[in-house]
Write a protein that binds this ligand. Structure first.
Ligand code: NAP
Length: 283
């Protein structure tokens, strides 16, 4: 069997066209959706990420502000900037690019963002809202994975068993909560799981969010399963690859996301969706 591809670039393009329409409708009503992106320090990967986020906003007709600060910025100065943005009516979403310099407490900074503007979905209040089924913001990467499942007709997952590999606060845990909210039966695996293959072989859906190559090989996948690869790693040639042995697993799975061109483009797209949702809640 050769799996069908879930194309993150194509799906992103479609969702971004919808974002642009919603942004235009809001702007016509006098509310231009605005995102503020804060970067502290000069981490090269972070610089690329924030540039891509700001460009995606511009392409979608959103207002965006990029605030870049020297690595010597103090925690108090950063908290003061967040406070100002929390009170700025032109800004509906605030994103602080992680990691922050070591002298700044990530958690304190994220918690300083108003929950109404937490478009990354990392605030404790967003995580809590997801847990109890209230309105909040969904973390962008798992939200993108859910949209990928929806795109292949898997919206209500009643009767499906989903296995999430990884339990980070930004991917694995919110992913599991979103799958549960969609009525799947959910198993979360991590580095302490005794027999990963025994778990994943039972799964109708496997989401790999580990950060290690070849965590999921063909012998660990049930024939016809949907495989979502969140991982971002480098192979021996230095090329981007995921956590899944793509060549092997595509012969067993029913659907599979590629890396690159899978979950990656969906993450920024869902940031735009969250920013639009934040602006719509104010309109
Ligand atoms: P993380 O915080 O390092 O978490 C990794 C998780 O994998 C942990 O829960 C860890 O278990 C688990 N793990 C490690 N080795 C394992 C093994 N052999 N078997 C089973 N589980 C294992 O990473 P993250 O921030 O969630 O990111 C995961 C990957 O997704 C990374 O490659 C990252 O670059 C990528 N990512 C991609 C996007 C995107 O937009 N495409 C966005 C975010 C992240 P313990 O908890 O027991 O340590």
């Amino acid at each position: 069997m050769t799996a069908q591809l879930i194309d993150g670039n194509a799906l992103s393009k479609q969702i971004r066209a919808e974002v642009a329409q919603r942004a235009a409708a809001l702007t016509a009503r006098g509310v231009k959706p605005g995102l503020a992106v804060i970067l502290v320090g000069d981490n090269p990967a972070s610089q690329v990420y924030v540039r891509n986020k700001v460009k995606a906003c511009e392409d979608g007709g959103l207002h965006s502000v990029l605030e870049k600060y020297d690595a010597a910025m103090t925690e108090a100065e950063l908290l003061a900037r967040i406070d100002a943005l929390n009170n700025d009516p032109a800004i509906h979403g605030i994103l602080v690019q992680l990691p922050l310099p070591k002298h700044i407490d990530d958690h304190k900074v994220i918690e300083a963002i108003s929950p109404a503007k937490d478009v990354d979905g990392f605030h404790v209040s967003s995580a809590g809202a997801l847990m109890v089924g209230e309105v909040g913001f969904k973390a962008c990467t798992p939200y993108g994975c859910m949209k990928m499942l929806e795109s292949i007709g898997m919206k209500d997952l009643r009767g499906k068993h989903a296995v999430v590999i990884g339990r980070s606060n930004i991917v694995g845990k919110p992913m599991a909560m979103m799958l549960l909210a969609a009525n799947a039966t959910v198993t979360i695996c991590h580095s302490g799981t005794a027999d990963l293959g025994a778990m994943t072989r039972q799964a109708d859906i496997v989401v790999a969010a580990v950060g290690k190559r070849d965590v999921l090989t063909a012998d660990r996948v049930k024939p016809g399963a949907v495989v979502i690869d969140v991982g971002m790693n480098r192979n021996d040639e230095g090329k981007l690859c995921g956590d899944v042995d793509f060549a092997g697993v595509k012969e067993v799975a029913g659907w599979i996301t590629p890396v690159p061109g899978g979950v990656g483009p969906m993450t920024i797209t869902m940031l735009l969706v969250n920013t639009i949702e934040a602006a719509e809640r104010c309109a």
